[in-house]
Design a protein around this ligand. Structure first.
Ligand code: SF4
Length: 222
């Protein structure tokens, strides 16, 4: 990607960072994945209890590997039974840190997340002392309407493929709502595998800087 393109994205990142700050979230800007990982290392404290949401972004930047390094008390769901996973979901509420990505971030400083299990959006809203959100520039949008469209046209179809969910968007590459011409935020399919169940907009926060947002000037995840 050219320097010119990078500088255009950088301006969008800077607008988004200012808006997040105005909403009492603490923004960080990283040039690339390795800078983002260094920022996470700086924010986390050794021995802290850390949980995370399922995220391609966290895997791509090496954060999942970092959490498994032994430096932290990582509440790892990998290889656990369904009962153990349910316990981890609940234990995550008292973690020191919760790592996740976002489905979209607006230039108005809002995080937009759509969740099937809803454990991820629940932890973003309440519980962990600190939440660290990592998002590549491909997640940045102008408005909440754009965020809704991003999930229906990119994030949800890609995530159903990742998770092996049998949904309309897995086979067609877009939400059923778009194909049928409906534009409501929660419009969609009736599949039992539907991953769009809870729609959460994170706006101005009461607890200043509880949510830290690392904006990366590279495409990461989906
Ligand atoms: S509502 Fe269904 S079809 Fe629409 S994006 Fe979500 S899972 Fe896919």
């Amino acid at each position: 990607m050219s320097e010119i393109t990078n500088s255009v994205y950088q301006k969008s990142i800077e607008r988004t960072a200012s808006a997040l700050k105005a909403n009492n979230m603490l923004p960080y800007i990283a040039k690339n994945k390795s800078e983002a990982l260094s920022l996470i290392k700086d924010i986390l404290t050794e021995g802290a209890t850390v949980a995370c949401g399922g995220s391609v972004t966290l895997s791509e930047i090496g954060a999942t590997e970092l959490l498994r390094s032994g430096a932290y008390n990582f509440l790892d769901r990998e290889g656990k039974s369904p009962e153990e996973v349910q316990k981890i979901y609940r234990d995550a509420f008292s973690a020191d840190f919760y790592l996740t990505s976002a489905n979209a971030i607006t230039e108005n400083g809002e995080l937009y997340n759509v969740d099937g299990n809803s454990n991820r959006v629940a932890a973003i809203c309440f519980g962990p002392k600190s939440v660290i959100v990592v998002a590549g520039r491909n997640k940045l949008v102008r408005t909440l309407d754009d965020a809704v469209m991003r999930v229906k046209s990119i994030a949800a179809p890609a995530n159903t493929a990742r998770l092996g969910c049998e949904t309309y968007c897995l086979s067609k590459g877009e939400c059923m709502a778009l194909a049928s011409g409906s534009s409501g935020m929660t419009d969609g399919c009736r599949s039992k595998d539907r991953i769009c169940c809870s729609y959460v907009v994170t706006a101005q926060q009461r607890i200043k800087d509880r949510i830290k947002v690392i904006l990366v000037n590279e495409d990461i995840g989906f």
